[in-house]
Ligand binder design. Structure first.
Ligand code: CMC
Length: 392
């Protein structure tokens, strides 16, 4: 009709209808398939939440058993895919490594290419849930030069991942149940967040009828950015920077308020939450508990708390309704668990995986889906005539 609504950043544009996740940003409410995040965090498990997001209901005992067994059957990587890691430099950032490896799944499983072949979509779903933790663990092993460990399918999903990440072939790996529980909880809290940047990317790529692996590989790259999932690493770098600079949070907050180029309070603010992010509340408590139990990073936790308190009592943040988001305290926990800073966003990706899958599947089955193709406001030159190079 010649009329275009201009909405950069899609601040006020709905791109899909979805039955997966509900957020009330003013009240700080988050629910997956109707279940409050607080209840799932306290009582559920990541594998159960993955099932809930993808299939719409909490599994019965038999469904959970079947789902777990199916995932266990697919945790191994093709031996050729393992060699894929050899080609990357050892100090490569693990996010592009992970995205490339997920992209490569399309080459190993060419049965995945038709997005409307439901049995194969189901198989791709299971393959992703099973293999992405293995790929993530190998990205880490590659970075420190240690051998890859085969998965041990007698273990749960998170325990298996921890063993492949921190275990060694020559010695038994003792899984600390507190560590496994903390990571499981963090994965639950990251599992979905409706039309965020990476999920919208998964849907947009998928709207061209690209397969699940291709779409999720693109989603991983969207998550990489520091304004999205990369914020969890950026927060830790910020806290280390404040510590190195004498630990004065006031000085840092002044730099943020003065809008110094590139200086933002990382882990604060959100497009949808104009209240305390309900995930951040739970994570703050977990950071307290886990750091007390396993130790490490206490000084940075103190700086983080002082920073939060300082920001929440400052007009700049109050007026703009900027509160801690999911990324503010996670890095401290990941660090205490032994993960290097550069690797934190991979943990976000592991958590978000079932959400991406659920959205891709919802999108592909939705009769309203059309290829995503926004319009633009053209601001370039009017028509002009070509001149040969001798006349320019
Ligand atoms: N520090 C300082 N000022 C901020 C911040 C911040 N973290 N976030 C927003 N503002 C200011 C911004 O400068 C603007 O001020 P003004 O009106 O004077 O120009 C106002 O608040 C509104 O911000 P915006 O950039 O228009 O908000 P947005 O909805 O486009 O951006 C955001 C949301 C999350 C990208 C942004 O808040 C941000 O950059 N936060 C820091 C990065 C971060 O923590 N990201 C993780 C987000 S949650 C998990 C995830 O998605 O991965």
């Amino acid at each position: 009709t010649g009329y275009i609504t201009y909405d950069p950043g899609f601040v006020n544009t709905g791109s899909a209808s979805s039955a997966i996740t509900y957020i009330d940003g003013d009240q700080g409410v988050l629910r997956y398939r109707g279940y409050p995040i607080e209840q799932l965090a306290q009582r559920s498990t990541f594998i159960e939440v993955s099932y809930l997001l993808i299939y719409g209901e909490l599994p019965t005992a038999a469904q959970l058993e079947d789902f777990t067994q199916k995932i266990n059957r697919h945790t191994l990587l093709h031996e050729d895919l393992k060699r894929f890691f050899d080609g990357f430099p050892r100090d490569a950032h693990p996010m592009p490594v992970l995205s490339s490896a997920v992209s490569a799944l399309s080459t190993f499983y060419q049965d995945s290419l038709n997005p409307f072949d439901e049995p194969n979509v189901e198989l791709s779903t299971i393959r992703l849930l099973a293999k992405v933790p293995t790929l993530a663990a190998y990205a880490y092993k590659k970075s420190i030069g240690q051998p890859f460990l085969y998965p041990d399918n007698s273990l749960g999903l998170v325990e298996n991942y921890l063993r492949m990440t921190f275990g060694l072939p020559a010695e038994p790996y003792e899984i600390d149940p507190d560590v496994a529980k903390a990571l499981d909880l963090l994965f639950i809290l990251h599992a979905d967040h409706e039309q965020n940047c990476s999920t919208s990317t998964v849907r947009l790529v998928g709207s061209s009828e690209a397969n699940l692996f291709a779409s999720i590989s693109a989603g991983i790259m969207a998550l990489f950015g520091p304004l999205h999932g990369g914020a969890n690493s950026a927060v830790l770098e910020m806290l280390e920077g404040i510590k190195a600079d004498g630990g004065d949070v006031n000085k840092f907050v002044e730099r943020v308020k003065n809008k110094e180029k590139g200086v933002r309070l990382m882990g604060f603010g959100h497009r949808v939450y104009k209240n305390y992010d309900p995930r951040a509340k739970i994570i703050k408590q977990t950071a307290d508990d886990i750091l007390r139990k396993i130790g490490g990073g206490d000084e940075l936790l103190d700086i983080a708390k002082a920073l939060e308190e300082r920001a929440l009592s400052d007009d700049y943040f109050v007026e703009r309704k900027l509160y801690p988001n999911v990324d503010f305290y996670t890095g401290l926990i990941y660090r205490a668990l032994g993960f290097p800073t550069q690797y934190f966003t991979v943990l976000f990706a592991l958590g978000r995986l079932p959400g991406w899958i659920a959205h891709w599947r919802e999108m592909i089955q939705d009769p309203q889906t059309k290829i995503g193709r926004p319009r633009q406001i053209y601001t370039g030159e009017k028509q002009r005539d070509y001149k040969p190079v001798s006349e320019r």
